[in-house]
Design a protein around this ligand. Structure first.
Ligand code: ZN
Length: 137
């Protein structure tokens, strides 16, 4: 199944070569995200200029899905908007339309997670943390 391969490819790629897994020493927003049911931990770091998020990265440890999902989330700048975090979380719950899912670009590869209830919290970790960070801004 093409979808399934795409999903695995994205997961593998983001785990082996995470683009955004590094520290930002002068981050303006630092927020911890924890998923106790799997043992995933991330620390999301964002730099802001007024209302605009100019840079984002994370550090942490956890399973492949939690780390790849967070890295994938940070790949796309347009995703640094609350709207996209909401769409992603609805996609994972199986409630988003195809059009909305397409707007998530690479992150849409995780749509099949909605059929793996045990992994949902892993996939949501980065997004839930981003959403909290944006709401608190
Ligand atoms: Zn996990």
């Amino acid at each position: 199944m093409e979808n399934r391969n795409f999903y695995n490819e994205i997961l593998t790629e983001h785990n082996m070569h995470p683009d955004f897994k590094h520290d930002i020493e002068d981050a303006d927003i630092v927020l911890d995200g924890i998923n106790p049911s799997c043992g995933d931990e991330i620390q999301l770091k964002l730099k802001t200029d007024g209302d605009i998020i100019t840079d984002g990265a994370f550090v942490g440890d956890g399973c492949a899905i939690s780390q790849a999902s967070t890295d994938g989330m940070l790949t796309c700048h347009t995703i640094f908007e609350l709207e996209y975090a909401d769409i992603f979380m609805r996609m994972i719950r199986g409630e988003a339309s195809d059009e909305e899912i397409d707007s998530l670009e690479e992150a849409s590869a995780l749509r099949d997670i909605s059929h793996m209830p045990a992994r949902v919290k892993c996939a949501m970790l980065g997004w839930r943390t981003l959403s909290e960070a944006l709401k608190g801004k």
